[in-house]
Write a protein that binds this ligand. Structure first.
Ligand SMILES: Cc1cc2nc3c(=O)[nH]c(=O)nc-3n(C[C@H](O)[C@H](O)[C@H](O)COP(=O)(O)OP(=O)(O)OC[C@H]3O[C@@H](n4cnc5c(N)ncnc54)[C@H](O)[C@@H]3O)c2cc1C
Length: 531
């Protein structure tokens, strides 16, 4: 079955039937996916609807760290840090190959941020939360040995510790796959236009399939509004209940070829202009620098993109901290920007001083959630479901298991895959891999990325790809990791995927055009600097 006919039958099955769902989740980012998984684990009949592609919002544009967040510890957000560190440990254990340990180095400069001794105390607390020690003090020489070429003026030494990194969009897909295996249903490109109300409570949603413009009325015992930065569009005034409002804050990143700034550890470094900590970290074969933190005033229905001022800010950090690198905008592979739904009481507070905790609000039949972190999605989901139990007419559900992902059985590694490839693929695709790996697969790498050609075919066939950007920006990340979004490989990608996607030549051409426009508008180097 091609992706087109597969989607048609799924839409008919989920939307056209007159059935009442226990739960409808609106929003297919990590929060919505987490709620769907936990609801499916509790035995509920659950449907998730996403207006664009899964993870299209903030959840494909984060810094991809599964971490406690030292910044939160320093600013006194102890419970968020403890929860995050514990979730990091849990996800690393349950998703090896997808949530991977990453070494971090914090460089200590005279007179900057916290003192070295203060930092050591923070690290002790960090490790205490995790239940294991990962940190170690580095002297001046050791720090430079780990980070050759880094500015050493006023450097006193460093601290090495451990957090984790992931592919955020794949984490969303993996969570959805797990929920589907338990009977849940998830559809992309279906927008919820409004809520259905009956007897003073929310009783379902009015939805629209954006691909066919077909409208559907869907009934449910409970609706969970997990639309992140869009939370108020479904319920006017979610945050206002608690005297807060959603303040959209943009964070942007730049992506460099790994060989131009080869680092084995992530670094947190103070920016020379304002002292804010910015990360430089390895992500697959690239090095990423980010993030900025500023009010996002643009229309939320358009993808966010980096501004010229942000680009210059991030390049200044790299060239200041690594004076011999001399990186210019022309060296970059790509950029990306995400918008954080931060719950704020006062817009005059500096963006970086805003708290990152999530909040849930309820009214009869509806729970709305916003804020929080990728790392803590399980806690956020459990919190939302606990509230749903109180305010919605849900069937009595089982206590939620600690185990989030079903452990993957160790299977024999096929000889055509290296151990590292097998480990990575198992983490990314879980049990699904078994059905694909039996076929004769192309284990060649796509250019200089860690993605294999066979991964494109699997996604095109089985992973609800509706547009080319779903395939290249979120199912795989070659749109971020190859120059010009990997467009030079489009002829080969077409040969492999067009039939699997069920697209005729005209549709393929339209998709290519759409993809090129998305890459140049939102993931490239701002033109004024480029030109
Ligand atoms: C720059 C940046 C860096 C970050 N780095 C990290 C990090 O390193 N580690 C970490 O733990 N966290 C990080 N975060 C936070 C993390 O990314 C977010 O907390 C998380 O992705 C939010 O997920 P979400 O599902 O709530 O929102 P989203 O991912 O935005 O999902 C909401 C979805 O709802 C959909 N939607 C909206 N309206 C409708 C509608 N009417 N009908 C149907 N669908 C709708 C949207 O299309 C969207 O896909 C970062 C955030 C930013 C901005």
């Amino acid at each position: 079955m091609s992706a087109v006919s597969d989607r048609k039958s799924q839409v008919e099955f989920c939307l056209a039937q007159q059935q009442e769902w226990d739960l409808i989740v609106v929003g297919g980012g990590i929060t919505g996916a987490g709620v769907m998984l936990r609801a499916a684990q509790a035995g509920m009949k659950v449907l998730l609807l996403e207006q664009n592609d899964f993870a299209w919002g903030t959840s494909s544009r984060s810094s991809k760290m599964v971490h406690g967040g030292l910044r939160y510890l320093v600013s006194g957000q102890f419970s968020l840090t403890r929860e995050s560190v514990r979730e990091r440990e849990l996800l690393s254990r349950q998703l090896p190959g997808l949530v991977k340990p990453m070494s971090y180095v914090y460089a200590h400069y005279k007179g900057k941020w916290v003192t070295r001794i203060g930092f050591r105390w923070l690290m002790k607390l960090y490790d205490l939360f995790a239940g294991r020690r990962t940190h170690r003090a580095l002297n001046f020489d050791e720090t430079l040995l780990m980070l050759p070429g880094m500015r050493d003026e006023n450097l006193i030494g460093g601290t090495r510790f451990e957090d984790a990194v992931t592919d955020d969009a794949r984490l969303v897909m993996r969570t959805l796959d797990e929920a589907r295996a338990l009977g849940g249903a998830a559809l992309n490109y279906v927008k919820v236009n409004s809520l259905i109300k009956a007897q003073e409570r929310v009783a379902g949603v009015e939805a629209e399939d954006k691909e066919t413009q077909q409208h559907y009325s869907l009934r449910s015992k409970c609706v969970i509004n997990a639309t992140g930065v869009w939370v108020d569009s479904l319920w006017d005034g979610a945050g206002e209940q608690a005297g807060q409002h959603v303040r959209p804050l943009r964070g942007s990143h730049i992506v460099l070829p790994g060989h131009l700034l080869p680092i084995g550890s992530a670094l947190a470094l103070p920016h020379p202009d304002d002292g804010r900590n910015v990360f430089i970290f390895p992500w697959d074969n690239t090095t990423v620098v980010g993030t900025t933190d500023l009010d996002h005033k643009a229309d939320l229905d358009f993808e966010a993109s980096i501004s010229q001022a942000e680009l210059e800010y991030l390049l200044t950090l790299v060239n200041y901290q690594f004076p011999l690198c001399n990186i210019s905008a022309a060296d970059l592979i790509s950029t990306w920007a995400g918008v954080r739904p931060v719950l704020s009481e006062d817009d005059t507070v500096s963006p970086s001083d805003e708290k990152r905790e999530h909040a849930c609000w309820s009214q009869p039949g509806l729970v709305s959630i916003s804020g929080g972190k990728l790392t803590t999605f399980r806690c956020i989901a459990d919190n939302a479901l606990a509230l749903a139990k109180e305010c919605c007419d849900l069937p009595n559900f089982e206590p939620l298991p600690e185990q989030l992902f079903v452990p993957i059985k160790k299977t024999l590694k096929p000889e055509y895959l290296s151990t590292a490839q097998h480990y990575r693929l198992r983490g990314r695709y879980g049990k699904q891999l078994d059905k694909w790996i039996t076929q004769s697969i192309n284990t060649g790498y796509i250019d200089n990325s860690p993605f294999l050609w066979c991964e494109l075919g699997w996604a095109a066939q089985d992973q609800q790809v509706v547009h080319l950007d779903d395939l290249l920006l979120r199912r795989t990340r070659i749109g971020l990791q190859l120059k010009q979004g990997g467009t030079k490989w489009l002829p080969e990608i077409r040969e492999l995927c067009q039939a699997l996607l069920g697209w005729d030549d005209a549709q393929w051409s339209a998709e290519e055009e759409r993809y090129r426009l998305i890459i140049s508008s939102y993931y490239s180097i701002p033109e004024a600097v480029n030109g």
